[in-house]
Design a protein around this ligand. Structure first.
Ligand SMILES: C[S@@+](CC[C@H](N)C(=O)[O-])C[C@H]1O[C@@H](n2cnc3c(N)ncnc32)[C@H](O)[C@@H]1O
Length: 258
């Protein structure tokens, strides 16, 4: 990674700096949000990240698993994991893993970066539970074309097992057990698309998020997930008064202790 970093040294140094000492305003590091979001949408960030072998290796594995996330979201996860999580203690939790694409991506990165962070990947692995017919566009049983066993075998084959913990079941049946083992999270990647599940993901993980932890909402700005946006508005904006740190390529919030 050293040679690759030196090629884009200035931007990398700015990223390190802004994540270490950016000013916290209204509960978010908005400067860091601009660096990531604007850099990915209009700047050189995307081509710089794409040139890094750590990114490309993790991306190849995400694609093996049919990852639904476009590259700009994976690139933002890359920046946050490498620079944002540098000084935040706690595991990563993903609520909504489907075939495991984004979970494998994150687990491969923490392994490559030599971190002890674990990635907890939660899903029914049997499709969506009952959805809200008014708020959600998705239906019960969507995303059923996956398999816990297949995902687990892939994780073992790729040597990711000590970093990736795959947990099968509805979140309301599995989250408590994960919390008992993980104790604290530095990042919650919420990718479950529907109102009740996003609401449960936020309220269930909130007390266990570390100071400065990232809450990333994969789908709240998708045209098919207005229920997910409503859950975020209710739980993060109205109930907890948070303001977004980043709105492209996905919504990012932070939890800072008062
Ligand atoms: C869009 S997919 C996740 C995509 C995945 N992150 C990727 O990398 O491709 C959404 C997933 O959320 C899961 N899900 C939604 N509500 C859930 C709940 N209450 N409990 C467990 N899984 C849930 C669905 O089963 C589905 O697999």
């Amino acid at each position: 990674m050293t040679t690759e970093f030196s090629e884009s040294k200035q931007i990398m140094e700015q990223l390190i700096q802004v994540h270490r000492s950016g000013k916290i305003d209204a509960g978010r590091n908005i400067q860091a949000g601009y660096y990531r979001g604007w850099g990915l949408e209009y700047g050189e960030m995307s081509s710089i990240i794409s040139s890094l072998s750590a990114y490309r290796d993790a991306l190849a594995k995400a694609r093996d698993r049919g990852c639904m996330l476009p590259e700009n979201k994976l690139q933002n996860l890359f920046i946050i994991i490498l620079f944002g999580l540098e000084s935040i203690q706690g595991d990563i939790i993903e609520l909504g893993s489907y075939k495991g694409g984004s979970a494998v991506f994150m687990a491969d990165l923490v392994k490559t970066f030599g971190r002890s962070t674990r990635v907890w990947a939660l899903d029914t692995f049997a499709g969506m539970p009952a959805t809200d017919p008014v708020r959600d566009l998705h239906n019960q049983g969507d995303f059923a074309d996956t398999s816990y066993e297949d995902f687990k075998n892939y994780s073992e084959k790729m040597g990711l097992d000590s970093h990736l913990h795959i947990v099968k079941g509805n979140f309301d049946q599995t989250l408590d057990g994960v919390i008992q083992q993980a104790k604290q999270f530095s990042l919650a990647h919420i990718d479950c698309d529907i109102y009740e599940a996003v609401k449960y993901s936020i309220t269930g993980t909130w007390p266990y998020l570390a100071n400065g932890a990232y809450i990333i909402l994969d789908d709240a700005l998708q045209s098919s997930c207005i229920g997910a946006l409503q859950a975020a508005e209710e739980e993060l904006v109205s109930a907890r008064g948070l303001r977004a740190e980043q709105a492209f390529p996905h919504l990012v919030y932070r939890k800072f202790n008062q």
